[in-house]
Design a protein around this ligand. Structure first.
Ligand SMILES: Nc1ncnc2c1ncn2[C@@H]1O[C@H](COP(=O)(O)OS(=O)(=O)O)[C@@H](OP(=O)(O)O)[C@H]1O
Length: 298
């Protein structure tokens, strides 16, 4: 029996409810991954993924706005007349069978990933695939991640905010350390095949963001079309349009959609600890400047 994308998402959630928390994550090369969504066989099969120059690739550390950008890119592509299959875009969520189907799909294919740039199949680099990267300030990313752990049955519940904060800081969360990802992307900031946007700039001016993304991938859109896509991609519009498909799980994926929710969670000492880590790792870097830490995190 074939399942729709949404049915599969719901059945994964139900599988999560029947699983013990300690079985929900596993480690591979020192990095945690979710057992249900990214089992080892999915990651093993990625070694055969042959990227194409005209693939549309989106990469985001978890909770930085990946689903938002999936929504935007889907709308851009369908507006330009392309049809996309209804399954998750994350390559590490694809079973080996689905990866075989994706390998036969016509161009342009649309793929996404939470993987660390060094773990993304090397053919994306050799075949010069364009990559859109979305980043978010680390304080709001941590808060969003914390709620996701507690609300998504495929992930284990956290003991407390304090425990989760310490895991986030040490990279003991799925897909590894925020700072490792940021430092790795810093090396690609000036790469012409990479466009880095931030959650915060998209919140400030989504219209400009949609236009920038369409231009980067050479999708010709009229001003009206850009306006329409931006209008349909605000938090409230996406929350409403997801209600029919996601039902009671809508708020798991579209929780609050704001900049600055960290202020409701961080203690003064946690805030200082993050400030110091950011300074140590990212001050003076181009990605650090893009994230406008002083504006959004202080
Ligand atoms: N349209 C739109 N506008 C603004 N914000 C949005 C939008 N869609 C999703 N979101 C928010 O993005 C956060 C989830 O990030 P990801 O999609 O990267 O999470 S995931 O790791 O792929 O599950 C999560 O952030 P928080 O609300 O802070 O938890 C989502 O609510």
């Amino acid at each position: 029996m074939s399942h729709t994308f949404q049915e599969k998402k719901k059945s994964n959630m139900e599988r999560g409810m029947d699983m013990k928390d300690e079985e929900k994550l596993y480690k591979r090369n020192g990095i945690l991954y979710p057992t249900i969504m990214s089992p080892p066989e999915n990651l093993d099969a990625l070694k055969d993924l042959e990227a194409r120059e005209d693939d549309i690739m989106l990469v985001a550390y978890p909770k930085c706005g990946c689903n938002w950008m999936v929504g935007v890119l889907r709308k851009i592509m369908t507006t330009c007349g392309y049809t996309l299959p209804e399954r998750p875009r994350l390559i590490e969520f694809h079973s080996p069978e689905v990866q075989k189907i994706e390998a036969e799909m016509p161009s342009p294919r649309f793929m996404a990933s939470h993987l660390h740039p060094d773990d993304i199949p090397v053919s994306f680099k050799t075949n010069k695939t364009k990559i859109l990267v979305v980043f978010r300030n680390p304080k709001d990313t941590a808060v969003s991640y914390y709620h996701f752990m507690n609300n998504n049955p495929v992930l284990p519940k956290t003991e407390s905010w304090d425990k989760f904060f310490s895991d986030f800081m040490s990279g003991e969360v799925c897909w590894g350390s925020y700072f490792d990802h940021a430092l790795a992307w810093e090396k690609h900031v000036d790469d012409p095949n990479v466009l880095i946007v931030t959650y915060e700039e998209l919140k400030e001016n989504l219209l400009e963001g949609v236009q920038k993304i369409a231009n980067f991938f050479n999708f010709p859109l009229t001003e009206e079309q850009v306006k329409g896509i931006a209008g349909e991609s605000t938090f409230s519009a996406m929350q409403l349009s997801s209600k029919t498909s996601l039902g009671k799980y809508t708020n798991v994926f579209l929780r609050k959609g704001e900049v600055g929710d960290w202020r409701n969670h961080f203690t003064e000492s946690q805030s200082k600890q993050m400030d110091e880590e950011f300074k140590k790792k990212l001050s003076g870097t181009k990605l650090g400047a893009k994230l406008k830490y002083d504006q959004y995190c202080q």
